[in-house]
Design a protein around this ligand. Sequence first.
Ligand code: FES
Ligand SMILES: [Fe+2]
Length: 470
Amino acid sequence: MTLTNEPPSSPPSSPFSTPLDTLLDRVEKDMAEDLVPAEIFNNEDVFRAEMERIFTNTWVFVAHESEIPEAGDFVQRRIGLDPVIVTRDGKGGVNVLSNYCRHRGTQVCQTDAGNTRFFTCPYHGWTYANDGRLIGTPLRQRAYGEPLDPDLWSLKRAPKVENRKGFVFASLSADVPDLEEWLGGGGWMLDLITQLHPDGMRVAGPPERYVVNGDWKTAAENFAGDIYHLPTLHFSVQEVDMLQGVQGSCEIGRTYEFENGHTFAGHAWTKAVHPGFTLWGYPDEYKEKFDLSGLDEAQRFVVDHQPPTVGTLFPNLSYIRMFSPVPGGPPAVMTSFRQWQPVAPGKLELWNWQFVWNFQDEESARHDYVSGQYYFGSAGLFEQDDTVAWEGVARAGASPWMRKEELKFNYQQSRTSPVDSTPDPDWTGPGVHRNTGYGEHVQFNFLRQWLKAMRGEARTDAATTEGTQA
Ligand code: FES
Ligand SMILES: [Fe+2]
């Protein structure tokens, strides 16, 4: 008898290797062929390891300082699965504290944001100052006699916290490179996005949040620079006349790959629209206010001719800026930073902050905010398209049938495309730059870093571009 549905044989594994190690071996082997096993996008073992090996071992964005401008301000955030409280203490310092009471673990902060000098645990009332110090225990004389030593019983703090030009990152491991070194070219790109005006940017409100039944990596790799999906998934935006030219977007696509998996992709708007369409198409009254003197020559070239439209700072902070007309209104450019919060295998919570310039008045800021919501927001045109597609990826990743088939996703565009996607030899900025949106190199830059991090190899190699596809 012939079995037509016989599953492919699994690679041999050492008697001491775990199923996860075996899977990672398979990922490595497949990636050498520009393939990726579907199951990494929805897998219990992978998810658990991501939380332990990536999210507790690297810099993760937690807040923008404009969310906590005053002493006592706080926001509740997440690093992987762990709730943290980001506070501005009385001395102006920023603290990233674990939101687990040291008595039994209950969350001492139960709200998203506010202003307070201390947090009182709702369970038995242990109380902590907003810098994390234990300052009170109910019925202390009878319950404990001596005061508990705050050096021993304060809230756990993230071992590393850095505020880089308003963007606050924390690491749950002390054994990480400095943030500047870790971001490398990603920081260079962040500067040309957010430092166009000396007063900088602010959040336009608290982050909008919604659950997507998709894997956090799917969203991160899309925002790393999946320009190829625009003409298909987002064609409706062209149909309703909100954005023309999505059909040709790979032709005018420009990509930027940096060390440590940070990746951006933009468009050559001055070529596609008209020569004066510099700086993302910002209206002249914005351009007049910008001060570009702090940018280097390559940054000037990028902002003038092919600014980043999207990007991902590994692991889970992404960005998008594009011109986004509100029908019938004046032109606008929206800026969103978004975080793909892992919730469970194949499930993420999307956090979306709209950003505006500090020089904008309320009315102009609101206009840009509304235009941003038209495109990227829970009811935004782009957002709805994307999230439906991403949910399909997670479904395939968890499929029993596809596990049996050892389904692999195809990232092989660079192997067969006639378009030249080799690195630009004239590029003078950091990392690798390519003059096309074809090639799927950007997704691999992100996924290679993911594999390194999953293997525990990602912490000490901040200065290498090794692993970037040539
Ligand atoms: S768990 Fe917080 S006081 Fe007991
Ligand atoms: Fe999209």
